[in-house]
Design a protein around this ligand. Structure first.
Ligand SMILES: [Zn+2]
Length: 121
């Protein structure tokens, strides 16, 4: 009679679960440190959006729509080459997307500067 799961299969499955768990934790952790989406227009900070579960849409300049939820992204833009939209979602602090024609920059910042939540080490 054939066993359904051999010890080797069990080891492989455990390994996959361990990796999945680690990846999930890293995403959870980096997601937790992403606190604000900043929208810069022509070098000026135009919007600072707290990131959370609810999704909101913003129009920092005519023709550009930015979405912010637990991550942020350029949702649509009427620029000729929408590289900004193709950049996709920004999840982690330091992630940046730029719309050059509209001179809009979108970036994710972490916890408040100097905050104890900042990642150290
Ligand atoms: Zn663009």
């Amino acid at each position: 009679m054939r066993k359904f799961i051999s010890w080797r299969d069990a080891a492989v499955i455990t390994g996959i679960l361990a990796v999945a768990f680690l990846v999930f934790n890293v995403q959870f952790f980096t997601g937790k440190t992403a606190e604000y989406a900043e929208v810069w227009v022509e070098g000026q900070l135009a919007l600072s959006i707290p990131l959370g579960q609810s999704i909101a849409l913003y129009t920092p300049v005519p023709g550009v729509t930015v979405a912010a939820g637990h991550s942020t992204r350029f949702l649509s833009s009427d620029c000729r080459d929408p590289f900004c939209v193709r950049t996709g979602a920004l999840l982690s602090p330091g992630n940046v997307a730029v719309c050059l024609p509209h001179r809009v920059m979108l970036r994710v910042t972490g916890a408040q500067p100097g905050g104890l939540d900042a990642v150290t080490g």
